[in-house]
Design a protein around this ligand. Sequence first.
Ligand code: AMP
Ligand code: MG
Length: 407
Amino acid sequence: MSDTSTNPRPPALEFEEGRRVVIETIRPLVRQLKTELVALEEAYGRILAESIRAERDYPALARSLRDGYAVRAADVPGTLAVRGEVRAGDEEQPPIAAGEALEIMTGAPVPAGADAVVMVEHVTRVDGRVKIDQTTEAGHFINQRGAEAVSGTELVPARTRLDASHIATLAAIGQISVPVFVRPRVAILATGDEIVALNQQPAPYQIRNSNSYMLAALVRAGGAEATILPVARDTRDDLLPLLKEGLSHNLLIVTGGVSAGKYDLVKPALRELGVAFLFEKVRIQPGQPTAFGMANGKPVFGLPGNPGSSLVTYHLFARPALELLAGARDVILALLSARFEAPFRHKGGLTRFLPARLSDDGQHLRHISWQGSSDIPALAKANCFLVADHDRESWAVGDSIRVMLKA
Ligand code: AMP
Ligand code: MG
C-alpha cells in the first residue's frame, strides 16, 4: 500500500490557517477535565472550572458616587436644612423629608426619600443649611441597588483565565477557595545528536539543550506542568521509547528532527506510534517545517530545533493547544501594530517573525539584526517579533507593521 498515493502530504499553510487547524482539532476534545480547589491567593492565572455568580445585589443598597448632599431632585435649586451626615460604613439613615438634605460621603448609603446627590463642590454651607444653585435630576450620582449585578447573575463564566479583575470579583463575593481545572501535563523532548544535557561540557561541535528549558518555562507560564525528557539521539531506537513516554502526557512537544534531512526521524517514529499529522509545513520563517499531529486524541507538536524557530512556533501553534487543554475558552493571538523607526526589507514569499524592540510607548519598532534562528543572543535582546507579511517586501520609516509580543 502506497502512503503517498492514498494520503498525499498536506499542503503548507499560512500561520493563521495552522492555528485554526490546531484550535478546531483540539477544542472539541476538551471535555471532562479534572478540577481542584485552590486558595484565592493561588488562583491568579488558573482557569475557572465553574461559573461564579453574585451572592447578593451589587451594590447591596443605593450608594453615593460622590461626596456631597443627598437631596430630593425636585427641591433644588434651593436652600435645604441639613439633617445630619452619613459616612461610608454607616448604616442607612432614616428617610429625608421635603426641604431636607443629608451630608453624604462617597460610598455611603443614600437615604430613602433622596433621589440625587449634589457634589460638595457645588453647594454653599450656611449654618445648618445648604444652598444649592444648580438643578439636578433624579438618579444623579447614585449607584442604585443591583445596578452592577443583581443577586444570582453570572459574574465570571467557567473557562475564564483568572486575571486581577476576576480575583477582585471572587474576593468581593467572599469566595476564598476557587474551583479551577487541574493543570495539563506536558512532555518536552529535545532531539539531536549534537545536543548535550546542561550538566555536560559541550565539545565545540556540540550545543547545550536550551530548547527544553525555554519551552518548559513557557509551558509553566501558560498554566501547565512541564516534564523535560532526556535528549533523544537521532536514531529510531532512541526516539521510539522517549516519544512513547512523551505520549503518555496530555501534550507532547518535540524539538528538532522534523526537517527534510536524512537524520530527521521524528515524524516517521511518531507515525509508527500512531500519530496522524494534520500539517507538516507552515509558510513562515523561522519555523517552516512545524508539524502538528494527533495520536488517539492526544496532540503532538514537532517544532524545528533552532531556538528562534521553537520559540516562534510554540507561540503560534503549541500555546493555543496548551491553553485549550488547560480548559481556557479564549485562545487569543494578540498582535499589536507599530511603526518602523528605520526602513526595513525582507524577502517575500514567507511570513517572517523577526526579533525586534518595541519602544516604551508601544508605538515604535526597531529591527534587531540576527544571524538566523539559532541566534539566541538576538532573541534575548528582543522584546517582540515583527511580523513581516509574505506579500510585502519593504517598509519605509513610519510604515506600520504587526508585532507579536515575546514572553
Ligand atoms: P533540526 O531542527 O533538528 O534540524 O535542528 C536545527 C538546529 O537547531 C540544530 O542544528 C541545532 O543547532 C539547533 N537545535 C536543535 N535542538 C536544539 C535544542 N534542544 N536546543 C538548542 N538548539 C537546538
Ligand atoms: Mg536535528
